[in-house]
Design a protein around this ligand. Structure first.
Ligand code: NAD
Length: 357
């Protein structure tokens, strides 16, 4: 059976790392006799360039007809001062909405060989292994009205959620915790926000359905502090859209580089989208030095969640760890020892490790 994968390279280093993931999937295809069928479509700045919009209809249609979507990154400084509907990032919000991707899963794991690359003390991050489950379709980024008023002298954004939207993400987080260390931290701002009070009530209601999972509530400001002072206390964190956006970038410092963080965005029954947590990195785009590991680990998440191919996903994750253990690193991982490699070389090392594994 062929597995239809749509590639959305996007902009900047997205365009470089996505082909690393494709090479790795081709190695998996060869080794495990699985067929993948790839097709590529535009999103972000390149779509604005070629089609005048950040998310062309044909891209949406192709994604809806696929079994899974791999996205590089969007964002191009060229479009920075354009109106918000003509900015690359609008393509990303649009595809999440079009595919009803309500749950963003970001695993954050401190690889032993990379502890030195984090600005945090090694003893603080040693053993950290957490999963951030972020709500993706509601909250401030989508609430209406969102506008300037009174001739630009006032402004309003809207934070809105339905009970159903909160329930489904909370369920996903409880289920994720059941597959891990069975501890759920729900992050909110229930001392101030009405939306957070409802969020907390729903977590409390749901916990009787998951008696094997322990639950705690932490305010977002305290969570931000605990993430870098005592990250090993977390297993699964569940939170709303904007809090999740901020906390998951903060958590990236545990891994030493944004280039190490994969993510999965899941729909209730539809196609999943897999992308690195980083952006298009215009400062290094075109230099061939981007770390492809976040993208490659995103492809592993795709095999696990969309294609139920655990063995193949594990083979990719093992290959990445093996190459890191052999002291190969890309420039972002700032190792004093070991061998510095570029995007293509790192990809080839991982491909070779899969073939030999
Ligand atoms: P960024 O993630 O692109 O880069 C932040 C820093 O991390 C840069 O110094 C960059 O060189 C480095 N970096 C990121 N990924 C790396 C990798 N794989 N290997 C080595 N170094 C890496 O964030 P930014 O600079 O704030 O944003 C740049 C553009 O990307 C903006 O237009 C922004 O809107 C967009 N963006 C897109 C996404 C997405 O597509 N999901 C996410 C975040 C930002």
């Amino acid at each position: 059976m062929s597995n239809k994968i749509v590639l959305l390279p996007g902009d900047g280093i997205g365009n470089e790392v996505i082909y690393a993931a494709k090479d790795v999937l081709e190695a998996i295809s060869e080794k495990y006799n699985t067929e993948f069928e790839f097709s590529s479509y535009d999103i972000g700045g390149i779509a604005l360039e070629n089609h005048g919009v950040p998310l062309p209809d044909e891209t949406i249609q192709a994604c809806k007809n696929a079994d899974a979507v791999l996205l590089g990154a969007v964002g191009d400084p060229k479009w920075e001062n354009h109106p918000s509907d003509l900015r690359p990032e609008r393509g990303l919000l649009g595809i999440r909405k079009a595919l009803d991707l309500y749950a963003n899963l970001r695993p954050v794991k401190g690889f032993p060989k990379l502890l030195h690359a984090s600005p945090l003390k090694e003893e603080v991050i040693l053993g950290s292994d957490l999963l951030i489950v972020r709500e993706l379709t509601g909250g401030l980024y989508f609430g209406q009205p969102s506008e300037r008023r009174d001739n630009g002298n006032a402004v309003v954004d809207t934070l809105s959620y339905t009970k159903k939207e909160i329930e489904r993400i909370v369920d996903k987080a409880f289920q994720s915790a059941q597959l891990r260390n069975k501890h759920l931290t729900s992050v909110d701002k229930a001392n101030v926000l009405e939306s957070s009070k409802l969020w907390r009530e729903i977590v409390e209601e749901k916990k009787s359905e998951y008696p094997d999972v322990t639950v705690e509530h932490v305010l977002v400001d305290a969570a931000a502090m605990k993430l870098i002072t005592n990250p090993t206390q977390f297993d699964v964190i569940v939170t709303e859209n904007m809090f999740g956006d901020i906390l998951s970038d903060e958590a990236s410092v545990l891994t030493g580089s944004l280039g190490m963080l994969p993510s999965a965005s899941l729909a209730e029954n539809g196609v999943g989208l897999y992308e690195p947590a980083h952006g298009s990195a215009p400062d290094i785009a075109g230099k061939g030095i981007a770390n492809p590991i976040a993208m490659i680990l995103s492809a592993a998440m795709m095999l696990r969640f969309s294609f139920d191919k655990n063995e193949e996903a594990q083979a990719i994750e093992d290959a990445v760890e093996q190459v890191l253990n052999q002291d190969y690193h890309t420039a972002d991982l700032k190792s004093e020892n070991g061998t510095l490699v570029n995007t293509v070389e790192m990809t080839q090392l991982i491909v070779d490790a899969i073939k030999q594994g």
